[in-house]
Design a protein around this ligand. Sequence first.
Ligand code: GDP
Ligand code: MN
Length: 385
Amino acid sequence: MNLHEYQSKRRFEEFGIPIPHGRVAETPQEARQIAGEIGGPVVVKAQVLTGGRGKAGGVKLARTVEEAESHAAAILGMDIKGHIVRQVLIDPASNINQEIYLGITNDRAARKPVIMCSAEGGMDIEEVNRVKPEAIIREHIDPLLGLRDYQVNALATGIELPYELWRQFSRIAHGLWQCYTGSDATLCEINPLIITAEGELLAVDGKMSIDDNGLFRHPDLASQRDTSAEPEPETRAREADLSYVKLDGQIGCMVNGAGLAMATMDMTSIYGEADGIGPANFLDIGGGADAETVAAALRIILADPDVKAILLNIFGGITRADEVARGVIQAFADFDTEIPKVVRLVGTNEEEGRRLLEEAHIPNMTTASTLSVAAQKAVAAVKGA
Ligand code: GDP
Ligand code: MN
């Protein structure tokens, strides 16, 4: 899960990192009022979960309240790389002498977090890494030891930070590390961390990504999720506790267990390859697939216009196959759909499960006893559609 700039910066502040004290507006009038309360020049900044807002015209300096209002009017509703701007952050403007990059992320290859710093801040760090990798100073952090002072000093030396700023810089780097571990983050980034004309360090941009698997420990962060910024099926899947990833094929797959879901996707890809047919999604409905879960999954699959056939591949283990069958029957009874369905149901009580399914006479449903046959039937159904 990604946090907006204003959310990230407020989180940073909790860890002692200095930020400009602005507020979020949803209308130009609100922007004007906030600018008036701040007094003096402000920056109007699009709050969207993507980078490069500056280049896209989503960050504008306003000297007067009228300008703040008109910039907000221009930025609100803007489409930045497919993200519609619904909020703008109004921050007091800063006088920038230098822009620094400071970020922490996980380095999977090194199996450690890495803190990175560059004097070439402000612009896209991936671009800096591409054209001038030596301009990025990296220090790997031992997760048990944490960030050490000598590492912070190495960063400060590497970017030739004026010595008067070292103490402030150290507080910020340690704060960022505390924020990173204390939030179960996979990214904490300040770009730019500026040196102001007054000789202070200030985090004027912020970005945080939180590991979804750690979110249960941070209800305060979880509640900040901007669901308007994510595809609706993903929101609904998460709310129903389903793992869902949209793909570009035509077979809507509903499977219990991530491994079985992967195998099902592979099989549909293999049998469909010659005809350009494949899975429309990855969907794991989990272990205890009751009627409600099946129905939630069905709703998500049926809402996808690319889906031309549905393949249910369910292994009844702890959840018995007859239970699953009842769930499937009930769910399909609620959806009057002609779409072809192929069901493979095996495991505990499978005979009972299959009998229930046959007796239910669900329109356009066939069953299969092996995954291979089920996948072939699903591919054939798409071809026939
Ligand atoms: P991004 O483009 O999405 O990374 O958005 P940023 O918040 O990093 O803003 C882009 C650029 O706008 C920064 O690199 C700065 O050069 C500039 N900028 C942002 N805030 C201020 C400010 O308060 N004053 C001035 N003069 N420039 C700013
Ligand atoms: Mn930035």
